[in-house]
Design a protein around this ligand. Structure first.
Ligand SMILES: O=P(O)(O)OC[C@H]1O[C@H](O[C@H]2O[C@H](CO)[C@@H](O)[C@H](O)[C@H]2O)[C@H](O)[C@@H](O)[C@@H]1O
Length: 256
């Protein structure tokens, strides 16, 4: 943290979206960014080298669920685990993989045959997520789906990304660690902080360590996922705690 405060122009601040900047809610479409997050990110964006949101969401969705984010100075959104990039109002991305619509077409019949209740499909364009949070038995449904969805993903050249009451079928070849590592190199970062809450963020924690830069990994803590807290330098209390930490960081940079 000291390196970030003393040389903010060299710092990259990476943040996950759901569970980190946006509190977890039952319906993914109803998620909304913490009301104080866009403001504090704007303060930060004006002071550090770069602020990047690294998320499993498509960038357009993260921006729609985060009104005000588009005004954060220099913000970059690395969405779809890094496959899609939003910057200066423009999205760049490789062509969408054909495996996703094919797998998605098979999902309704597969879910029916498994008899799991209350499971929701989220069409994400270049990925498809199967959510169990609103099932009567979210953990049980997740366990019942793990193997059949892994087989379906494999059949269509996709991989499974596990998360908080969700299994996502997405193309291989990218993760948050790779995305963050490339971004740190591109920006010639001299320090880094990454904040996340879910299993997909572990790769970004690894990228912080692998960069060899002075870096800090922060877990947006929850009772749902404990693996991240065990690996983090710092654990804060969910999105409220993340916002407080960012406010403290802005104050420390301003004072120094
Ligand atoms: O990388 P992230 O920004 O953390 O995105 C990961 C997934 O987040 C979303 O699902 C999660 O948040 C939902 C809304 O709070 C919640 O209902 C769900 O249980 C969580 O898993 C999103 O819907 C997925 O597409 C993202 O991949």
């Amino acid at each position: 943290m000291e390196a970030i405060v003393h040389d903010p122009a060299g710092a990259v601040i990476g943040l996950d979206f759901d569970g980190t900047l946006s509190p977890i809610v039952p319906d993914p479409a109803q998620a909304v960014i913490h009301p104080k997050a866009p403001g504090v990110l704007a303060e930060l964006g004006a002071r550090v080298g770069a602020v990047a949101i690294v998320t499993g969401r498509p960038p357009a969705t993260a921006l729609a669920l985060g009104p005000g984010l588009a005004d954060v100075p220099g913000l970059v959104v690395l969405g779809h685990y890094g496959f899609e990039r939003w910057e200066d109002g423009r999205v760049s991305a490789p062509p969408p993989p054909p495996g996703v619509p094919n797998a998605e077409a098979e999902l309704p019949l597969l879910l029916e045959s498994l008899g799991v209740q209350g499971v929701r499909i989220e069409d994400k364009g270049r990925a498809v997520a199967v959510h169990t949070r609103r099932s009567p038995d979210p953990e049980g449904a997740l366990a019942a789906l793990r193997e059949p969805l892994a087989k379906l993903a494999d059949k269509h050249g996709l991989v499974i990304e596990p998360g908080r009451m969700v299994l996502e079928l997405r193309p291989p070849g990218m993760d948050k660690g790779h995305a963050l590592g490339l971004f740190l190199t591109e920006r010639e970062a001299r320090s880094v902080m990454f904040v996340g809450d879910d299993l997909g963020d572990l790769a970004a924690f690894d990228a912080v360590r692998a960069s060899g830069l002075p870096g800090v990994t922060v877990c947006s803590g929850s009772t749902e996922v404990t693996a991240l807290a065990e690996r983090a330098d710092l654990v804060v209390d969910g999105p409220d705690g993340v916002v407080r930490l960012l406010e403290e960081l802005v104050s420390a940079i301003t004072r120094s």
